[in-house]
Design a protein around this ligand. Structure first.
Ligand code: G6Q
Length: 516
């Protein structure tokens, strides 16, 4: 396969970039009165306006040609059918099977995995209904980190409106004892259920917190206060949790793609099995859209390609995700892991160093809070920051004029960013030409959340295919973990240990030992 930058389709984009990079959105809109209607697509009620991007029709044509040239269509099929595309871990990548309908068939190692997926969902539903009806359990504490935390936290916050209000949900991730202490200080052990969520059941942070939780319940029976979510039955048993209180999943579910597996148990307890299934249906609808729609009309493909355009051609380093919905307050944090752990890579799948920019830095805060903080830099700073605005036509908590005010702000921000304002004074001038997408849906429902998450999962996939990186592994988090294991005994040693690090690390460790 030719190197990406040697491809004719890439070089055509490079040449095109030189021609269009200085075009202003003011001009593009002035030349085409229907641009705002034309450059928009919809999938299952999720509307994407991408007209405020620095693109012409030719840009889209060339980006789609690049996608075809990189065989995106085939690669999508290969993922969906369960080939082992996670090459460095020799695993299939099948989060899409987690939301496949019962009638579907997805074969992994000669076996249809869909019946197993639904069997686990049924067990989760039975358990969730039992807990929701159980008057003794009042608090659910999910212990997990990374992919076993960010999805559950985000989904709980996003769907809080639909959650059972007499239950309290807490999430403990950090190995910092403060996280556990603050999450539990006002809870009563007899009323608390811990969900230990860990694919491997060996993660240092999670096992440390789970052991602390086991001590915290005192003499209460573990089987009444702990359930496990894992792929590792041996370790679950070793910890003292009966496998009948374990919900399994599979090695073909990546941590950051697992919120719709058993890892979503806390979500299901909160919103109930029916709402959880509606969320899965939303995921599936977006999967089907991605799989079957031509790229010109395909939301994840278009957003993914626009991301490539800004990152690899304009040199934009970040993407701001700006949800105008308080319930989505953890959505940017969730996307940080999904996008950055997936495409934050600098070698290709065949191990060659890339000569182009890959995964952008994702960040953001809910609107309108961000407007009173970092939007200054987006409007007038020296950096180009493409933005994703997300909003809903109907509020879940209609309160006076609040919702119109909120949405007016969203529309105003994207307008101001794109078109700017020419003023006599430089400080009051807004150059504009700052690109954004706007995602608009009727209402934040479980189904719509599923669509939104699947949309970004497939944005990430699209970009990973173009950049030819190993989207589904995460070797970059290993080195620090290994070094920490070496340092733990050095911190705990009763006599001065021999330190063999660099002079900075040695001095820091000595200073810590003196002060602890
Ligand atoms: C996600 C990563 C990572 C993982 C955590 C927790 O894709 O693999 O964030 O989810 O390290 O791992 P466990 O679920 O095994 O505890």
């Amino acid at each position: 396969m030719p190197n990406l930058t040697q491809r004719a389709t890439w070089q055509a984009l490079t040449a095109h970039y030189r021609q269009v990079k200085d075009l202003h959105l003011r001009q593009l809109f002035a030349d085409d009165s229907k641009r705002g209607e034309r450059l928009a697509v919809e999938a299952g009620g999720l509307y994407l306006d991408y007209s405020k991007n620095r693109v012409t029709d030719e840009t889209i044509r060339l980006l789609v040609a690049l996608a075809e040239d990189c065989q995106l269509r085939d690669r999508i099929e290969v993922m969906f059918r369960g080939d082992k595309i996670n090459l460095t871990e020799n695993r299939a990548v099948l989060h899409t099977a987690l939301r496949a309908p019962q009638t579907a068939s997805v074969i992994v190692d000669g076996k249809n995995v869909v019946p197993e997926v639904h069997a686990v969902l049924d067990r989760m539903a039975e358990f969730s209904n039992r807990i929701r009806a159980d008057k003794r359990i009042k608090n659910i504490v999910n212990i997990g980190i990374g992919g076993s935390d960010l999805g559950p936290v985000m989904a709980y916050e996003a769907l809080r409106y639909y959650s059972q209000r007499n239950l309290t949900f807490r999430f403990v991730a950090n190995v910092d004892g403060t996280d556990f202490a603050e999450a539990t200080h006002d809870l009563i052990p007899a009323e608390t259920l811990f969900i230990v969520a860990s694919k491997t059941f060996t993660t240092q942070e999670t096992m440390t917190n789970a052991l602390t939780a086991r001590q915290w319940i005192g003499n209460l029976p573990v089987h009444e206060h702990f359930v496990a979510i894992s792929t590792n039955e041996t370790e679950v048993k070793k910890f003292g949790i009966d496998p009948k209180n374990m919900f399994g999943f599979w090695d073909w579910v990546g941590g950051r793609y697992s919120m719709d597996s058993a890892i979503g148990l806390s979500t299901m307890i909160a919103i109930g099995p029916e709402n959880f299934r509606a969320m899965l249906a939303g995921f599936h609808a977006m999967d089907e859209h991605y799989r079957t729609t031509p790229f010109e009309k395909n939301l994840p493909a278009l957003m993914g390609l626009l991301g490539v355009w800004y990152t690899s051609f304009f040199g934009a380093e970040t993407v701001a995700v700006l949800p105008y919905d308080q319930y989505l307050k953890r959505f940017p944090a969730y996307l940080q892991q999904l996008t950055m752990e997936s495409n934050g890579k600098s070698v290709t799948l065949d191990g060659k160093r890339v000569d182009y920019q890959t995964g952008a830095i994702y960040w953001g805060e809910p609107g309108t809070n961000g407007q009173h903080s970092f939007y200054q830099l987006i409007h007038q700073g020296t950096k180009l920051i493409p933005c994703d605005f997300i909003g809903f036509a109907k509020s879940l908590n209609p309160t006076g004029a609040h919702h119109d005010l909120l949405m007016a702000n969203l529309f105003a921000q994207s307008e101001a960013l794109a078109f700017g304002k020419i003023a006599d004074e430089p400080h009051r001038t807004f150059d504009g030409n700052r690109p954004s997408n706007t995602l608009l849906a009727e209402r934040l429902t479980p189904e719509m959340l599923g669509k939104l998450v699947a949309l970004y999962e497939h944005v990430v996939f699209t970009q990973g295919v173009i950049w030819n990186v190993g989207t589904f592994d995460q070797w970059g988090v290993q080195l620090g973990k290994v070094l920490a294991q070496q340092i733990v005994p050095e911190l705990e040693a009763s006599t001065e240990p021999t330190l063999r690090h660099d002079s900075s690390t040695n001095t820091l460790i000595r200073r810590y030992r003196q002060c602890r």
